[in-house]
Write a protein that binds this ligand. Structure first.
Ligand code: NAI
Length: 341
């Protein structure tokens, strides 16, 4: 197979970016089909980029046997069903995070993936393909900070996007703050610490916008996690970050520590004027993780071409979902939740 033919489902905020990468920036890949329930999105992308096939029905796209792989960037509630259908139809599958909104369905997907061992499955934990996160992993593996025993993560969405999120969340189930936002941090913690979570205590609330109480979700929350090797994790997630999109990670080891993204600077420009010294901040995930989205898609296509499996597995999706779900339970019950009990 010289050229992998891909069909993508979901052409929204992230799907459009993935589609553009698959169409123009990934060697060995051809974006042959696009699918969305919104017909105008399908037509626009097809015309703009000369894509041969367009669908408003996902099931119809799966009947196209010219395709080799399906790229899923639809809303989270559809991932499990769409992954299972694509695998059953014989395709390689990439799915955006989270694997599922419920643990039961994540486990069903795990079984489906394991029942199709010759097909590549990859989950969109793109931070593992971000240059800085990769460099941090290499430094930890070289022993630069000794034995890592603590991780501190901030995952903060811009306050400017809060109205849009509230509108979305009133009509759709997002999984809640921890499953929706901290899921990347949970995966990173497992990756860096080399251990699974054992217990968690999560708290949070609605501080600037009481509407979050109405949708039973936290606007800002914090989870404290103990891992099986006794390492500690502190995860802060929020949707009300005044200065922009702030993703920060610190890993503390027995001989040192390292930090990624402490100042979420958009670029290297520093503006100095009468109000002070200003560095602009990233305004969203597309800007911050542009390189990582491209790199993960490249890895998916290379795995298909080279008949190998990606490092990010369905088990990573299940384990992160387990922790996210435990945090949600702890937040709702106000009690410490032990995993695997
Ligand atoms: P969005 O709401 O902007 O776009 C969703 C797209 O899916 C739209 O084109 C919509 O028409 C289409 N769609 C909805 N239902 C469909 C169905 N049944 N069949 C076919 N198409 C359907 O959503 P957004 O923000 O692009 O998020 C998509 C997914 O990506 C979510 O699961 C989200 O969790 C994930 N995501 C991941 C990020 C990351 O950093 N890895 C960042 C942002 C989102």
């Amino acid at each position: 197979m010289k050229q992998v033919k891909v069909g993508i489902v979901g052409l929204g905020r992230l799907g459009r970016q993935h589609a553009e990468n698959l169409a123009f920036r990934i060697p060995g890949c051809e974006l042959a089909a696009v699918c969305s329930v919104i017909e105008s999105e399908v037509e626009e992308v097809q015309q703009q980029w000369n894509i041969p096939y367009g669908y408003t029905s996902y099931e119809e796209m799966l009947e196209n046997k010219e395709l080799d792989a399906i790229f899923i960037a639809s809303p989270s509630g559809f991932h499990c069903d769409q992954i299972k259908k694509a695998l059953a139809a014989g395709f390689h599958v990439f799915s955006e995070k989270p694997l599922g909104l419920y643990l039961e369905e994540a486990l069903e997907v795990q079984e489906a993936v394991n029942n199709h061992p010759d097909q590549v499955f990859m989950l969109g934990f793109m931070r593992r393909y971000d240059r800085s996160y990769m460099a941090a992993k290499e430094a930890i593996d070289r022993g630069e900070i000794g034995e890592p025993f603590m991780i501190r993560c901030y995952g903060l969405d811009p306050a400017s996007k809060m109205d849009g999120f509230l509108q979305f969340a009133r009509a759709n189930y997002s999984g809640g703050l921890f499953l929706d936002m901290s899921i990347h941090d949970f995966d990173l913690a497992r990756w860096y610490l080399g251990a699974e979570a054992k217990e968690t205590w999560a708290i949070g609330g609605a501080y600037a916008r009481p509407e979050f109480d109405e949708i039973n979700d936290a606007e800002t929350g914090a989870a404290m996690v103990r891992f099986e090797n006794n390492a500690m994790g502190i995860f802060v997630a929020g949707r009300n970050c005044a200065h922009g999109y702030h993703i920060e990670t610190e890993i503390i080891g027995t001989k040192g520590s390292l930090r990624i993204g402490t100042v979420p600077e958009k670029n290297q420009v520093v503006i100095m004027k009468e109000v002070g010294v200003i560095q602009e901040c990233f305004d969203g995930f597309l800007e911050r993780f542009e390189q990582a989205y491209q790199k993960e898609a490249e890895e998916f296509i290379n795995c298909i071409l080279e008949q190998r499996k990606p490092e990010v597995t369905v088990e990573d999706g299940v384990k992160s979902t387990e922790l996210g779900y435990a945090c949600k339970q702890s937040y709702e019950s106000k009690e410490l939740v032990k995993l695997n009990e």
